[in-house]
Design a protein around this ligand. Structure first.
Ligand SMILES: NC(=O)c1ccc[n+]([C@@H]2O[C@H](COP(=O)([O-])OP(=O)(O)OC[C@H]3O[C@@H](n4cnc5c(N)ncnc54)[C@H](O)[C@@H]3O)[C@@H](O)[C@H]2O)c1
Ligand SMILES: [Zn+2]
Length: 350
């Protein structure tokens, strides 16, 4: 796992072209949704149209990351005789990558796929770790397998059409990478002012390195991979609550940013994380994400979501917290009382 190359492209997709020339796949499929068809396919297609790729279009969004959509994909594989010598190019965000990777990996017991991430989140997070799959009923990523793409081709040109909220959603995971394992990297990220003018490959590469290292040490999620959960225990509660209660729900990364804010307080409580430092980071996160505040009336609902976390044991809820910037610590069990105190402080923050 994690052995596939992540490479950074120039405008002309030289790396991808070299890959395709070497591999000589018999048939090439490209998976897109309506947004990546509109904004990304026209950028990529001129370079690869001589391969006469079959474009498979699905509807965008997490709601469509389901078995029914896989059937749409498999029907196209069938119609165009996909086989072991085929290649699927996932041109899109995490939804396309997760679902396309899964669909290709089980079709006729599997053929190769590559990812061309078109969201920052897909580039820094979904491109490493080998997780593919779909949602089932109300369970996220419930059906799926671990399998790596043959390669990931990151081209920042695609980020230019991304909405700023989507861009920042991916950025939250990058901040997390810095906070759990590299203080210098966090410092660099926190100096970024203009999100439309960033040398992304530079930063993405550090995030990919951090995640790869963690995943390689613990491919089956037994231990140290839990480091990547920082911000996610509280974050998932904010995300779920928002999904049920807000007209415009939080994006995943936005929820994680809020989760990191709350978990910084837990870190101070449980691990003695410096409180002045915690306040500084919280202010910074608030300035980047400037997100609606949850209200007092949401307290019980949010707390319920936090206590329902699947990491709930009789020792309490299992959090990944920080000892200091760049030093995450797994298996920090927090009681309902501790969680409630930090949640209250989070709601009360100015
Ligand atoms: N496999 C993993 O390790 C892993 C890690 C993190 C997240 N994920 C999964 O990734 C998914 C979230 O990924 P995401 O945030 O990329 O969401 P997404 O794939 O839904 O993309 C977000 C939105 O942006 C649009 N879009 C994509 N690229 C665009 C572009 N260049 N210009 C304009 N619009 C564009 C999409 O059509 C979509 O509407 C979730 O399903 C999550 O479970 C997987
Ligand atoms: Zn995440």
């Amino acid at each position: 796992m994690g052995m596939h190359p992540v490479v950074y492209e120039s405008q002309s997709f030289g790396e991808l072209l070299k890959f395709l020339e070497e591999r000589r796949y018999q048939k090439i499929f490209i998976l897109v949704d309506e947004n990546t068809e509109k904004y990304c396919l026209p950028i990529l297609n001129p370079f690869i149209h001589s391969y006469e790729p079959v474009v498979i279009k699905i509807q965008s969004g997490e709601d469509h990351k389901i078995l029914k959509t896989c059937q749409v994909i498999w029907n196209q594989f069938l119609a165009y005789n996909a086989n072991r010598q085929s290649l699927l190019i996932n041109l899109g965000g995490g939804v396309i990558g997760d679902m396309g990777g899964f669909a290709a990996s089980v079709y006729k017991r599997g053929f190769h796929f590559i990812n061309v991430p078109t969201t920052l989140l897909a580039a820094v997070d979904a491109s490493v770790g080998g997780k593919t799959g779909i949602d089932y009923r109300s369970f996220k990523n419930h059906i799926g397998i671990f399998v790596d793409p043959q390669a990931v081709f990151v081209n920042p040109v695609f980020f230019e059409s991304l909405e700023i909220r989507q861009l920042k959603s991916g950025f939250a995971e990058m901040i997390k990478h810095g906070l759990i394992s590299n203080a210098d990297y966090y410092d660099q990220l926190s100096e970024i002012q203009d999100f439309f003018n960033v040398d992304w490959p530079n930063y993405i590469d550090e995030s990919v390195k951090i995640k790869s290292k963690i995943v390689d040490e613990d491919p089956n999620e037994k231990g140290i991979r839990k480091l990547l959960n920082f911000g996610h225990t509280a974050g998932h509660a904010f995300e779920s609550f928002s999904m049920e209660n807000h007209d415009i729900p939080l994006l995943h990364g936005e929820a994680v940013a809020l989760g990191m804010m709350m978990e910084l307080d837990l870190s101070a409580k449980k691990l003695g994380f410096d409180e002045t430092e915690a306040d500084k980071i919280k202010k910074y996160l608030q300035s980047v994400f400037s997100i609606r505040k949850f209200k007092q009336e949401d307290f019980e609902g949010l707390l319920n979501f936090m206590m329902q976390d699947k990491k709930n044991t009789n020792q309490g809820i299992n959090f990944t917290l920080l000892k200091e910037i760049g030093a995450g610590v797994i298996d920090q069990f927090c009681s309902k009382k501790e969680i409630a105190e930090c949640l209250q402080a989070f709601i009360d923050r100015d």
